[in-house]
Design a protein around this ligand. Structure first.
Ligand SMILES: NC(=O)C1=CN([C@@H]2O[C@H](COP(=O)(O)OP(=O)(O)OC[C@H]3O[C@@H](n4cnc5c(N)ncnc54)[C@H](O)[C@@H]3O)[C@@H](O)[C@H]2O)C=CC1
Ligand SMILES: O=C(O)[C@@H]1CCC=N1
Length: 274
């Protein structure tokens, strides 16, 4: 199968997620061309500075050349309006790839018209530095070449998995889509606790950041599972054991994380019902 070397992307929405994806793509040299449609001028300017061609509205995008991939990075509540405006690109053969939480493949197919090639993807913001996690579902109309192109494009942003069962996407959203926010909050908590225990602010920030970075890298690169790595830090009756007794107790982090992920999954399902 041949996949054209350069990928021509039309990105709709240059907010948090659109910017994270496009800034990673634009750092790949000439492999990916990005045209951005974004009504907010400051958001257009920051991606124009990285090499994107920018436009203020979808109606101004010329009919030719047809983009290879139209990436939709607008809020779920804005999707219906945007889908009707990008239907002309789908009809001309572009793959439509949405990153919106909760917006299902069927809803996109219905809005775009018969035969539209669609990928629903859940990325996360570490995509900006090529360390994202992207989980995708493609519809039947998406050709093998279009899936390969989506895989290649998203591969510049991090790891990519395709799943067949779209019902998994709400839980995926709750774990890897929202997950960076949980980890950023953990960094913040660790930093504030360090300051409360008497460390200077700059040292507190450095310890919190490097500890989460180092633990994440070790967990990914080690052959040991996370529970084993945790035990390797925990000396009997030592400092870590004293901390874990607080963290893992009755009202501890295990239950809080489970409740948080379940709440995010429920919200993803709700977003799909608008
Ligand atoms: N922020 C995140 O970490 C993640 C977000 N997502 C999804 O990405 C989508 C965007 O989320 P954010 O970037 O956080 O929101 P955001 O509000 O930062 O960005 C949305 C952008 O779309 C623009 N927009 C609105 N209507 C438009 C139109 N008609 N044409 C072009 N642009 C238009 C807005 O001006 C705004 O800049 C959402 O559907 C969300 O579910 C998915 C994974 C992670
Ligand atoms: O908070 C949200 O709804 C989006 C989807 C996943 C991350 N951010």
């Amino acid at each position: 199968m041949t996949v054209r070397a350069k990928v021509d992307v039309l990105l709709i929405g240059g907010g948090n997620m659109g910017h994270a994806l496009a800034s990673g793509w634009l750092s790949q040299g000439s492999a990916i061309g990005v045209r951005l449609v974004e009504p907010a001028e400051p958001l257009r300017r920051r991606l124009a500075g990285l090499g994107a061609v920018t436009l203020a509205d979808i109606a101004s995008v010329p009919a030719s050349p047809t983009p290879d991939v139209v990436v939709l990075a607008v809020k779920p509540q804005q999707m219906d309006a945007v889908l009707s405006e990008v239907a002309r690109f789908a009809a001309a053969g572009a793959l439509v790839l949405s990153v919106a939480a909760g917006v299902g493949v069927r809803r996109m197919e219905e809005a775009l018209g018969a035969g539209a090639a669609v990928v629903r993807c859940m990325p996360n913001t570490p995509a900006a530095i090529g360390a994202g996690m992207m989980v995708c579902v493609a519809n039947e109309a998406a050709s093998a070449e279009q899936r390969a192109r989506a895989q290649r494009l998203l591969g510049f942003s991090g790891r990519v998995r395709f799943v067949d069962d779209e019902a998994l996407m709400d839980a995926v959203t709750a774990v890897s889509g929202s997950g960076p926010a949980y980890v950023f909050h953990m960094i913040d908590c660790l930093e504030r606790s360090a300051i409360a225990e008497g460390l200077p602010a700059d040292l507190a920030r450095e310890l919190a950041l490097q500890t989460v970075y180092g633990a994440g890298r070790l967990a990914r690169e080690s052959e040991a599972d996370p529970a084993t790595l945790r035990r390797q830090v925990t000396s009997p009756n030592g400092t870590t054991a004293a901390a874990l007794a607080e963290l893992m107790g009755e009202a501890g982090i295990d239950r809080v994380v489970a409740r948080a992920v379940a709440a995010a999954r429920r919200r993803s399902i709700e977003l799909g019902s608008f």
